[in-house]
Design a binder for this molecule. Structure first.
Ligand SMILES: NC(=O)c1ccc[n+]([C@@H]2O[C@H](COP(=O)([O-])OP(=O)(O)OC[C@H]3O[C@@H](n4cnc5c(N)ncnc54)[C@H](O)[C@@H]3O)[C@@H](O)[C@H]2O)c1
Length: 300
């Protein structure tokens, strides 16, 4: 069985930089690729910042932090991934760019390498079919922030080999996370339950069941959730939530999953949540405050 030594991560955004960091912390050599050089720099800078913070807090010693950083190489070229044993994709949550990427990576990466998608809700087998190596293709679904969240869902497509699933599971264990196995149904386990809940919270807000602050307080204080659903939606990214809901709607045809009108409008405004500074909250100040522009949108 192939042993995984070098891990490629495609997309240096919210998820990709975290996956690169935990892979390097697990002892793997990592190549982090982003099509956009500025996004790559930003991803690498985030890794450096988080490693420095871990050292400051005494959670990591300075030597280990330096060794971790030294194991991560950045690139904007597919050829940089040629020798990777495992390539994990964390680009935009739309099927067309993912399918196109796998075709390009099949030509660039050695044939025995395993490919894995970090999609939240899109079809794994559709990507596997486009990868030229459907048996060596699985899903590895991390949670945000990847540096902190303990779970990784290991997704078996109908084409995945036992070996690919076993290698993916071993990788997850080596980086100190807990794997759960699931099958290739939109949303897997966590999002199958979580996305309808978040979409309902947005629709409930749109219907006027409560203010942003009150909806979040209600679920924190009445249901014991660690954070309210609209705060969580901002953390997930409203563009990502939109894509996930659409993907699940396409598979299950349940109208409850269709992205609500407000989510369309916020996405069109470029309000993607915490990562863009505005979402249900304004994240640009000291503390997040409910986004004052939302009420104006709701009256449109
Ligand atoms: N945000 C979450 O909470 C979360 C959790 C689990 C999984 N995911 C999944 O992870 C993936 C990435 O999400 P994200 O939130 O990190 O997105 P993001 O927008 O923060 O980052 C995506 C990055 O991919 C780059 N990119 C886009 N197309 C590319 C291409 N063809 N080649 C190389 N780089 C490309 C972009 O420049 C960007 O830097 C999505 O599939 C999403 O569903 C997200």
């Amino acid at each position: 069985m192939t042993q995984i030594g070098r891990v490629g991560v495609v997309g240096a955004g919210l998820m990709g930089h975290g996956i690169a960091q935990v892979s390097a912390q697990g002892g793997y050599d990592v190549v982090l690729l982003d099509a956009d050089a500025a996004a790559l720099e930003k991803g690498l800078a985030s890794v450096e910042k988080l490693l420095a913070r871990a050292v400051e807090k005494g959670k990591l010693d300075a030597q280990d932090a330096a060794a971790t950083r030294a194991r991560i190489m950045g690139t904007t070229e597919h050829a940089g991934l040629a020798d990777c044993d495992l390539v994990i994709e964390a680009i935009v949550e739309r099927i067309e760019p993912k399918v196109a990427l796998w075709g390009q990576l099949d030509a660039a990466v050695k044939p025995e390498a395993i490919f894995a998608t970090n999609t939240s809700s899109l079809s794994v087998v559709e990507q596997a079919a486009a990868s030229g190596r459907p048996d060596r293709f699985i899903g590895l679904h991390f949670f945000n922030p990847a540096q902190v969240m303990q779970l990784v869902e290991v997704i078996r497509a109908i084409t995945s080999s036992e070996e690919a699933v076993a290698l993916g599971t071993q990788y997850v264990e080596r980086i100190g996370k807990t794997p759960v196995q699931t099958k290739d149904r939109a949303g897997f386990i966590v999002n199958r339950l979580l996305i309808p809940f978040l979409v309902d919270a947005v629709r409930g807000y749109e219907e006027g069941i409560g203010s942003i602050a009150d909806i979040d307080a209600a679920l924190r204080l009445g249901a014991g959730h660690p954070m309210g659903p609209l705060t969580l939606a901002d953390f997930v990214g409203l563009d990502t939530l939109f894509g996930a809901a659409e993907g699940m709607f396409a598979e299950f045809r349940d109208p409850r999953l269709a992205p609500p009108s407000l989510l369309h409008k916020m996405r069109s405004a470029g309000w993607y949540g915490k990562k863009s500074g505005l979402g249900f909250y304004d994240w640009t100040g000291e503390k997040p405050v409910p986004n004052p522009g939302i009420d104006a949108l709701r009256r449109v």
